[in-house]
Design a protein around this ligand. Structure first.
Ligand code: C2E
Ligand code: CA
Ligand code: CA
Length: 501
């Protein structure tokens, strides 16, 4: 345009000429370069901002993930209420103490177990919230007593453990006395002054044992003696074993039985009373001892609960029960499998993860499983137990209150527990046709459970007249010898198939 206006034609040399004399044209020519540069700069800025944003978000995600990881790690190694290390971490520390002591001739350390004898009484009188407050105060006191020198852990409700380093038999008594002194001053809750009654049991390495289970077990035996001693503490001596030798031998044998997988799982049918339809089975563990024959689970479960054995035992029961459940569903028997959980299971923060892993590995649906828990096992440490129950519940597992009526019943907790079934203990059912007060208890329990929206199962149904009475009372499900004793898997399958014929 400018070339045409000045020279009446457009030629290359005219173009150069007008261009050199016209600043505006220079600017116009430079514009694409400027735009390209600015465009690149702004896209660089945008890309930079975006990558910063992505980095920020990733950082946030990473820190969230590591926070979650830390929380999970903490839950696996620490007690939820007090923040103290738990039993698992404590065992790790004992193992470390063993490693450090091996090869050293004079190495010595002690395990000191502290039991608060009147904690159950406090819990029954003041309820769980106030008890938690007392436990927290106690934990703070114990931690400051241990003063980073000795490792400390909360084992369960009123049981704490200490690993006393560089400590032989001569030192332990003065340490026990000083710990008792630390617990002496009152604890305060709801303006009430409380005194705790400690019992302290001690075992010393290397005299009293050379593995963690043995030292722990023997410190536990000493606690039982401390309970009766006016001093409030007792150091393990070998004559204490006479009382508990049967238990100790049995524990060793049970450990072997679990390792060799020589335990068996039996199953007892549960039938709907109205339709006589098979609704489910309860898994019940059996141990056939090479010398003593069948030993009742009532006897050996309590022994296993005194050590980490119960964790292995429950893991085995859960895996086995899930496997049988999957097999039954595969062949079209759509029934539920009930699994008993012990008190220690409800304090094991790793249980939900273990269950999640087995669920996926074996391929079962959580809705096929009912975990049976007792009020006693919940009440031992309600806040910890509830966390585990809620986690399993959120995965889709069902819960049942077992042995109802035998223990300390807290309606407040019963209402809070996410259970769908209540099992009336066989001690009320066995004689209900001849014993009026048992019949009244059974009737009242059925009414209570139904009002709470729960299904009621009666266990220990041995005859037809009991079944007829339960039917009249509106009970939903029955389990007992009248239908079948607990059976090994193959016999159970034959039993189910004979019912279908
Ligand atoms: P529970 O959970 O109350 O189980 C019911 C018990 O009643 C079982 O005893 C069962 O065999 C018995 N029973 C069933 N029907 C009748 C009947 O009609 N009459 C009579 N007299 N008894 C009947 P078992 O198998 O000896 O188990 C005893 C306890 O041991 C169980 O009581 C449960 O608390 C515990 N237990 C059993 N297996 C396991 C397990 O795998 N894990 C855990 N943690 N505990 C278990
Ligand atoms: Ca049960
Ligand atoms: Ca029972």
């Amino acid at each position: 345009m400018a070339s045409y206006a000045q020279h009446d034609s457009i030629r290359f040399d005219y173009l150069i000429h007008v261009q050199s004399n016209n600043v505006a044209l220079w600017i116009l020519d430079l514009l694409p370069i400027v735009f390209a540069y600015v465009g690149q700069y702004s896209s660089y800025m945008i890309a930079n901002a975006a990558s910063l944003l992505v980095m920020e978000e990733t950082k946030e995600l990473r820190s969230y993930a590591s926070q979650m990881q830390m929380q999970a790690n903490l839950a696996a190694t620490h007690d939820h209420l007090t923040g103290l290390p738990n039993q698992a971490l404590f065992y790790d520390r004992i193992e470390t103490a063993f490693r450090e002591s091996s090869g050293q001739t004079n190495a010595s350390f002690a395990i000191m177990l502290l039991n608060i004898e009147n904690l159950k009484e406090i819990q029954d009188t003041l309820g769980p919230t106030s008890t938690d407050l007392v436990i927290k105060q106690l934990a703070t006191r114990l931690e400051s007593w241990a003063a980073k020198r000795h490792s400390i852990a909360r084992i369960d409700s009123g049981n704490f453990a200490f690993l006393l380093v560089d400590c032989n038999k001569d030192h332990v008594e003065s340490l026990a006395k000083s710990l008792i002194k630390a617990i002496e001053p009152n604890f305060i809750t709801n303006a009430l002054k409380l005194t705790l009654h400690p019992s302290i049991g001690i075992s010393v390495y290397p005299n009293d044992g050379d593995d963690a289970d043995m030292l722990f077990q023997r410190a536990g035996i000493a606690v039982v003696f401390a309970n009766k001693s006016p001093s409030g503490y007792s150091v393990y001596t070998s004559n204490m074993d006479e009382h508990s030798s049967k238990r100790l031998t049995m524990m060793g044998e049970l450990k072997k039985a679990i390792a060799r997988r020589s335990l068996e799982l039996y199953f007892q049918p549960k039938l709907e009373i109205k339709s006589k339809k098979l609704l489910g089975i309860e898994a019940l563990i059996r141990w056939k001892h090479p010398q003593h024959g069948y030993i009742s689970p009532d006897e050996f479960i309590s022994i296993a609960e005194r050590s980490r054995l119960i964790i292995e035992l429950s893991a085995w029961v859960i895996e086995e029960a899930f496997t049988v459940c999957a097999e039954l569903h595969k062949v079209g028997h759509e029934i539920k499998v009930s699994i008993n959980l012990s008190m220690k299971d409800l304090l094991n923060p790793e249980l939900p993860d273990l269950v999640a892993g087995l669920t996926a590995k074996i391929g079962i649906d959580p809705s096929w499983i009912i975990f049976e828990i007792t009020e006693g096992s919940i009440m031992n440490d309600p806040s910890r137990a509830l966390i585990i129950v809620e986690r399993l519940k959120s995965m889709g597992f069902d819960f049942s209150i077992d042995d109802f009526g035998t223990g300390y019943s807290s309606m407040a907790y019963l209402k809070r527990l996410p259970v769908s079934e209540l099992k009336i203990d066989k001690s009320f059912v066995l004689d209900m046709t001849s014993n009026d007060s048992d019949a009244i208890i059974v009737q009242a329990t059925i009414g209570l459970a139904h009002n709470l929206g729960l299904i009621v199962t009666a266990e220990g149904v041995e005859d037809e007249s009991t079944l007829a009475m339960l039917d009249k009372m509106g009970c939903d499900i029955a389990q007992g010898y009248f239908f079948s004793k607990p059976l090994p898997k193959t016999e159970l399958i034959s039993w189910i198939e004979s019912k279908l014929d």
